[in-house]
Design a protein around this ligand. Structure first.
Ligand code: GLV
Ligand code: MG
Length: 301
């Protein structure tokens, strides 16, 4: 939500999104940056953000705004903030800078040290190439976020439609390597991986198509820019009822056979399941439970 719009900051409090980020970066015009900081602090202080992860995106380190963004927002409303999002991260030292600054502000203001997390946006070739060192850069780091718009611009990808395949490239998915690179760095360091925006806000089919791609690979979520995208994102990133039921069945069956019958590899219908199946089922079951699904089948030995 653009920090320059008090109306949007109000609206954000009503949406069924797991996280809301209040933006000081690219959705805010240069002339409105200072005012946006004040709006964001006021919205964090006075708004009702219950049940959501609350994040502020500051400007990137090549601008003149970043340090004041961090200081004003954290001094003004640090106790209301879960994470700071740093855009256009190019190396571990970018995140280290933010980590140190946050620590100083926390200490000076009596805030618990280390509580505020960091989300790092990977938005250009340097950031992608340094994804591993970025992922290991700070204990505050919680999430790597793919920024497709800036990324496509920075590598010279020949398209104007963010997240869609560039015309002329019929060989596969032009984003596969980028998404996998970010996902591997995130998972290797126990972080969340989040896919960025889809700008054609009236094209929900397009949004779903692009969201399914990162959801299928294992990403934890995707940005939404408009209320209509919220429902579509929740649907795409939740397992189907069938997969959720299946996952819970695998967990129950595996538990029963390994403990009651003391067997490690067993049949569930036509499928052989073992410890690795249990791990796969745990992923799907956890996502289903988080999405509020309930079981429609029970396990019977
Ligand atoms: C998001 O910040 C993007 O550049 O896609
Ligand atoms: Mg960007």
């Amino acid at each position: 939500m653009p920090g320059s719009s008090p109306r949007f900051l109000e609206k954000a409090q009503t949406l069924a999104a797991d996280e809301v980020f209040l933006d000081l970066e690219d959705s805010v015009a240069p002339a409105a940056k200072e005012e946006a900081r004040a709006n964001v602090v006021a919205a964090l202080r006075d708004g009702d953000w219950t049940g959501r992860t609350v994040v502020v995106r500051v400007n990137d380190l090549t601008t003149r705004w970043t340090y004041r963004d961090v200081i004003e927002v954290v001094e003004g409303a640090g106790d209301r903030l879960d994470c700071v999002m740093l855009p256009k991260v190019r190396g571990a030292s970018d995140v280290a800078w933010l980590d140190v600054l946050l620590g100083q502000i926390e200490r000076a203001n009596g805030l618990p040290e280390g509580r505020i997390g960091i989300e790092a946006q990977i938005e250009d070739a340097r950031g992608l190439v340094a994804a591993d060192e970025i992922a290991a850069s700070s204990p505050r780091l919680e999430t790597l976020v793919f920024g497709p718009a800036d990324f496509m611009a920075s590598i010279g990808m020949r398209t104007l439609v963010v997240g869609e395949q560039p015309p002329g490239y019929g060989e596969g998915d032009a984003y596969h390597y980028i998404l996998m690179r970010i996902l591997m760095a995130a998972r290797a360091h126990g972080l969340q991986a989040i896919d960025g925006p889809y700008l054609q806000i009236r094209d929900l089919d397009g949004f779903r198509r692009v969201a399914r791609r990162s959801a299928a690979l294992g990403f934890d979520g995707k940005w939404v820019l408009h209320p209509t995208q919220v429902e579509a994102a929740n649907e795409v990133f939740s397992p189907s009822q069938e997969d959720y039921d299946h996952a819970e069945l695998i967990l129950d069956a595996y538990d029963y056979y390994t403990t009651v019958e003391r067997r490690g590899a067993v049949m569930l219908g036509d499928e052989m399941i073992d410890e690795a199946s249990r791990k796969m089922a745990l992923v799907v079951a956890a996502k289903g439970r988080a999405a509020g699904l309930s079981r429609t089948t029970e396990f019977t030995p």
